[in-house]
Each structure stands twice: as C-alpha cells, then as structure tokens.
Design a protein. Sequence first.
Length: 214
Amino acid sequence: MSRINRHGPLEREARTVLREAGAAMRRLESSASRQVAASAEALIACLSSGGTVFFCGNGGSAADAQHLAAELAGRYFTERPALAAVALTTNSSSLTAIGNDYGFDRVFSRQLEGLGTPGDVLVAITTSGGSPNVRRAIETAHQHGMTVIGMTGAKGGRFAALCDLALVTPHASTPRIQEGHIAMGHALCELIERALFPAPKKKAPRVKRRARRR
C-alpha cells in the first residue's frame, strides 16, 4: 500500500473543493438566515398545532427529503416526542403505481391529495427548480391550504416564486446547492427542537455564606 503524499496534487485538489464549499456556506449564512428563521416559524406553528410536515424531491433531493423527515420523526439533538414528518419519496408501491397509472409528474401530488390538510407544510426540494413533479406537488399543497417551503439554487428563481417561503443556496453547482440544502435543513431541525422542547433551566447553586463575626 503506497504512502499518502500529504502535499501532493490530490490534497491540493481536496483543499480547493473544501475551500469552495466553505465559501458557499459563508455566502449562505448572509443570504438565507432570515428565510431560514421564517421557515422555522412556519414549521413550528404547523407542528405545535398537530400538523404534518411533508418532504419531496428527486435523486439527491429525495435523499435529503428522507434525511430531514427522519430527523424530525426520530430526533435531532433532543430526546423528545416524535414529530409528524413524512417523506413522499419512500413508498415504492405508491411511487410506481402512481407513476404508471397517472405519470411521474404526479407521484408526489397524488399522495398529497389524500394526506395533506390545511395547516400542514410541504418542503419541496429541487436544485434546478425545474422538476415537474415537485412543481405539481406545490400546486396541490396550495389547493389543500398548506404552506410551501421551497429549497432550490441560484437558477431556481421561478420555482422560488411559487413557494410561500424560499430557501435558496446562492450557487449554480449542484453539489454546493445540496450542501446548502442540508445545512439549512439541519438548522431548521435544531430551531424546531429548541422552540418546542426547550432545555430545562438549571437552578443556580446556592452559595453558602459565612456568618459574620461580631
């Protein structure tokens, strides 16, 4: 097994990739913090009133949908009751039946027709903003009185305009956009847990004072 050249071309390339990813995260902090906070408020309102958060997306965005739904249904940091979160990407029978009978552009919207209720939230994820089935899901969500939080990239302006709240990673590269999406998704999970399950305040220790000598 060959020894790793610590200062070789692969390390230099790795540093370049990580530096680019870090720069994208710094831009995201300045551009998206307000929208992340507003999205967290919408999700907190939904979950605290007994609503459900739905997630959808294709490919890597489907993986993000499942990841974030699991953080809420399971746990993120806090040991607490489960939260109602559903990824519309996981039921292979529904996806294939709906795709076969109605078309792939309805694989998410058809599920929402039966599951979505007023006050629920749909988190719709597409790096390009052009996924027809995600756009169709947004239409159905609005028809059912749901709030829509969209996640997209720098070229997804038209998609963002369809959503009530838009979390935009200001980058054109798909990997950087996906990294931004999961960073914002994790921030949402953390803000939700902090709001709904605040840590109990620790009582300040009692300080024993010495009696004064008279």
